[in-house]
Design a protein around this ligand. Structure first.
Ligand SMILES: Nc1ncnc2c1ncn2[C@@H]1O[C@H](COP(=O)(O)OP(=O)(O)OP(=O)(O)O)[C@@H](O)[C@H]1O
Ligand SMILES: [Mg+2]
Length: 442
């Protein structure tokens, strides 16, 4: 059977393994990843190499047996399953696997015995269809098993393809967030720490929330957003339980992204807080965050804020929000994309989004949205006056633009103070750099 070429992340893993051939957990991970990718022939030797490993031998034998079964090598599968069961006689999954191998070998009686023992050890393994197949005269299964355990794709999921421009930011996010999230073992092999939360900050309306959703999409993770009102509710009674439930829920849906919008509401500098109740929420929040550290929870915590300087420094400690990313105002390609998205589905003729993008330096995504809304209002008024649909034209967009002002300048005038006077740890270098490049620093 022809096997597909290696995908890039598998190739990375193999390269890492070549450099650390005695790294048993890494080898097991490589083998499992290959198996998942359907590369059974390539995976099997890696599993076999670990068969006698004291810590990983059982998993390796099981993997090797699965691969052999997938390759229709029933003898090979049986040998590995037997070796495993000699070591761990009560291994339910191995028993079930051996049942499947024996079914293929038409040894139905032995297969039934293995199956019954497996299910008595672990009732969750019950598979009535398989059991039916083992019965002397097996009836045809009535309904196909379907993909009941396959997670449904979120129809609203977006990825970096939906995010216009911002190529530098996307590249940083890929390197620092998406790859570590998808390949934790690889990063461990290089002794690079993974985990910890991400803080997105920047002027309002510039795509922090949008980017957080796209990161979840890139990671193939569920997106759980916790909004400001929910955070505020947490302040009022039962906060600890509510917070815990939020983190717990994210764990259950793993892999998932847990997004705290306007996290500054939660992480206001303790000095600025008046009531002890709020302090309790913060403490709880930080300890939930710390709980993720070191454990492979497959939950990425992302916070967003317009006022990073209001955030309690305790939030920035390692393992908490230790990656801080500046989300700048949309660049020209991003503005064109936003305009295109916002105009989509509205009656219009020949609006040159690239031209408008070139004229709206410093405008946020929300400002551009406002611009399109205003142009649509003009078109609507004309349509009503005329009694027929008048599409949005370039002239209407220009007319609306003349009446509006971008809102990010104001944010930068506040940010400038922090970038110039409170930047000891370099945490606002990105702002300073952006302002220099866009001549906003004067
Ligand atoms: N790079 C981009 N590509 C496509 N759309 C974008 C981009 N940046 C922003 N947008 C759009 O702009 C709008 C505002 O973005 P978003 O709500 O994510 O901003 P925000 O930074 O979270 O704002 P706030 O600080 O007010 O919460 C959204 O409707 C989003 O669709
Ligand atoms: Mg937002």
């Amino acid at each position: 059977m022809q096997e597909r070429p290696l995908d890039p992340s598998l190739k990375l893993l193999l390269d890492a393994l070549a450099l650390a051939p005695s790294n048993a957990p890494l080898r097991l991970h490589v083998a499992t990843a290959m198996e998942k990718a359907g590369q059974h022939a390539a995976a099997r030797p890696h599993f076999d190499q670990l068969a006698d490993d004291p810590a990983h031998g059982v998993d390796a034998l099981l993997g090797g047996a699965r691969c052999a079964l997938a390759m229709h090598d029933e003898d090979g599968a049986l040998a590995r399953a037997n070796k495993l069961l000699a070591r761990v006689p009560e291994h339910a999954v191995a028993l079930l696997l051996r049942a499947r191998v024996r079914e293929k070998r038409r040894e139905h009686r032995e297969a039934r015995a293995d199956y019954e023992r497996a299910v008595s050890l672990d009732p969750a393994l019950a598979d009535t269809q398989f059991w039916d197949a083992l019965l002397p005269r097996s009836p045809e299964p009535e309904a196909p098993a379907g993909n009941a355990d396959e997670k449904p794709r979120d129809p609203d999921a977006i990825t970096f393809q939906d995010v216009g421009g911002l190529d530098d930011l996307k590249e940083r996010v890929r390197m620092k967030i998406v790859h570590p999230f998808k390949n934790p073992e690889l990063f461990k092999a290089f002794k690079k720490r993974t985990g910890g939360g991400i803080l997105l900050y920047g002027p309002p309306g510039c795509g922090k929330t949008f980017l957080a959703r796209a990161i979840a999409g890139e990671c193939g993770a569920h997106f759980n957003a916790v909004g400001l009102h929910e955070v505020l509710e947490m302040w009022i009674g039962n906060s600890e339980q509510k917070l815990h439930a939020v983190f717990d829920d994210a764990r259950r849906r793993a892999p998932s992204v847990l997004f705290f919008d306007e996290v500054d509401a939660l992480g206001l500098q303790r000095a600025k807080l008046v009531t002890g109740a709020m302090r309790g929420v913060i403490t709880q929040f930080l300890s939930e965050l710390d709980g993720f550290q070191g454990r492979n929870e497959r939950v990425l915590v992302i916070g967003a804020t317009n006022t990073p300087w209001d955030l309690d420094p305790a939030f920035r400690r390692p393992g908490r929000f230790d990656q801080v990313l500046f989300v700048p105002p949309p660049d020209t390609p991003a503005r064109a994309q936003i305009l295109k998205l916002k105009l989509e589905g509205r009656p219009q003729t020949a609006v040159d989004v690239d031209r408008v993008a070139g004229q709206t330096e410093g405008w946020s995504g929300a400002d551009l949205e406002h611009l399109v809304e205003s142009a649509a209002e003009i078109a609507l008024a004309k349509s009503l006056a005329k009694g027929g649909v008048e599409p949005i034209t370039q002239a209407m967009v220009d007319q609306a633009r003349a009446k509006l002002r971008p809102t990010t300048r104001e944010w930068f005038s506040t940010a400038r103070n922090y970038a110039q006077f409170s930047n000891e740890a370099g945490q606002y270098d990105d702002i300073a750099e952006y302002m220099r490049r866009h001549k906003l620093d004067k």
